[in-house]
Design a protein around this ligand. Sequence first.
Ligand SMILES: [Zn+2]
Length: 318
Amino acid sequence: MQTLGTATAAPGEIDTGRLEVGETRDGSPFGLPVAVVNGSQSGDTLYIQAVSDGDELNGLGVIQRLVPQLDPTALSGTILIVGIVNYHAFQVAHHRNPIDDTKMNRTFPGDETGTSSERIAAAVYDAASRADIILDLHQGSTSRMINEVRVRCGRHHRLHTECLELAKVFNCGYILDQKGPDGQLARVGPNEGIPTIDPELGGCIGFDETSIQKGVAGVFNVLRYYDFLEGEGDYEAQTRAKGFEQYGAPAGGIVDFNKSLGERVAPGETIFTITSPFGEPKAEVTADSSGVFWRTRRLPQVASGEYVCSVGTDVDRY
Ligand SMILES: [Zn+2]
């Protein structure tokens, strides 16, 4: 038997249920939607979670499309899934948990007697730490971003090679290989010896079907490569960035981008301009380094100092 919350599956079975974490403001108990897929044959355990940030729905789209395609009688090992981690943020379609105004992915491994976000993180980490591989499905929030996979343990970590291999197998095309901030699941998992990646499935409001299908294909690649399923996956060399430069607006106005997502940029090339509401030129911003045009804000209006876009730098093929 494999159990997660109220979901319990015998070998060859799938079950769904709830992982109870606490109570809402009206005193009702709440639980995160969970699924357990217990393979007929023994094997490793894969943990997948989505909606750690409450406005990042593509990961939920992946899980919704993935689970009906899984046949536990053809599976070796177990898949544990938390479909929606950031319960409170999801209800109101916000990025952060509105109960404590915290970003969930800074609170791992959590604390079962801590803040709202820490309690949720502790509950899901309890499941994640039972796994041999962890996939934490994210996206570039509601910005516009390429499909990429983040390796957050840092390049000197003892599990770096394993995490990078997992990122390559997920096969989004791009990898950001840069140590992340404290409290990220993709930092904490490797510290416990579990290869962990943070696939960033584009950036959109609502669902982006292209990014969701990249994610579904990525999970199936992982299932095949790590012998949960028979068959060969689809793996290619990835474009890897080891640095990430963010650009802000030198003046207020309307942004116009000179580059498309995924396009190469060279130092000194204009990446965006800012004009007044009457179309008068105000500023022109050039790239500091060579790299890949990675992410942009969605709305065209900016205040001086406001975030505009990011370039992945120190790029190679891996
Ligand atoms: Zn996120």
